[in-house]
Ligand binder design. Structure first.
Ligand code: G6P
Ligand code: MG
Length: 214
């Protein structure tokens, strides 16, 4: 029996995953590397500093902590610039209605994003009041695929993990949801997200009767 649905943000509610990619690609270029779309999959759902470390590992580059801090901030500055241009209608089609209709059926809805920019993004999209709980990257110690973020969301909602369904577009996120003992809807390609219970191309493609049967 499903009592809560937990949504990832970037790539599930809005295409900010693309802005993360553009900003990382720009940074990689400054480092003399080309970050491919396949390599970018490794960064999805993973927090900022870990993402940078993955890029540096791919490029065989080693930097000290203060230099890493400096360039991670640079990437974030670009990401914020892209996001600040966003209009509320950039939310994926049908998602706002979906959040409302799930809640109208008495099921709780939470947001769980590794991004420290999540509060800014949901405010820009004007959906900050559509959630019963919000967990962002400032509230967690361990990054996905660790289940911490989803367990924290469930505890904020007062719902047992087994009664939660997670929507995720990142492999690390699907693994985190499963490790939390939750059901998972993968948003994206079946090849990438085959550990999820079901995979849809777009968030709003999942029908309510499919959700309750998971
Ligand atoms: C999300 C995205 C990642 C991003 C992470 C941290 O999980 O999927 O691509 O690296 O958030 O985002 P931040 O905005 O804090 O740098
Ligand atoms: Mg995501």
């Amino acid at each position: 029996m499903i009592k809560a649905v937990i949504f990832d943000l970037d790539g599930v509610i809005v295409d900010t995953a693309h802005y993360h990619y553009l900003a990382w690609k720009r940074l990689a270029k400054e480092l003399g590397m080309d970050l491919t779309i396949e390599q970018n999959e490794l960064l999805k759902g993973v927090r900022r500093m870990r993402s940078l470390e993955i890029i540096l590992e791919l490029g065989g580059i080693s930097l000290n902590e203060s230099e890493k801090e400096r360039i991670a901030n640079k990437k974030n500055g670009w990401f914020v610039e892209y996001v600040d241009q966003m209009k509320p209608d950039e939310i994926f089609p049908g998602v706002k209605e979906m959040l409302k209709s799930i809640r109208a059926k008495g099921i709780k809805v939470a947001l769980a994003s590794s991004s420290k920019n999540a509060p800014r993004v949901i405010e820009l999209l004007k959906i900050e009041n559509e959630f019963d709980a919000v967990v962002d990257g400032t509230m967690i110690v361990h990054t996905k695929p660790d289940p911490e973020i989803f367990l924290l969301a469930a505890s904020k909602l007062g719902v047992a993990p087994a009664a939660c369904v997670v929507f995720e577009d990142a492999e690390a996120g699907v693994e985190a949801a499963i490790a939390a003992g939750m059901k998972c809807v993968g948003v994206g390609s079946l090849e990438q997200l085959n550990k999820a219970n079901i995979v849809v191309a777009k968030t709003a493609d999942l029908k309510f009767d499919q959700l309750v049967k998971l």
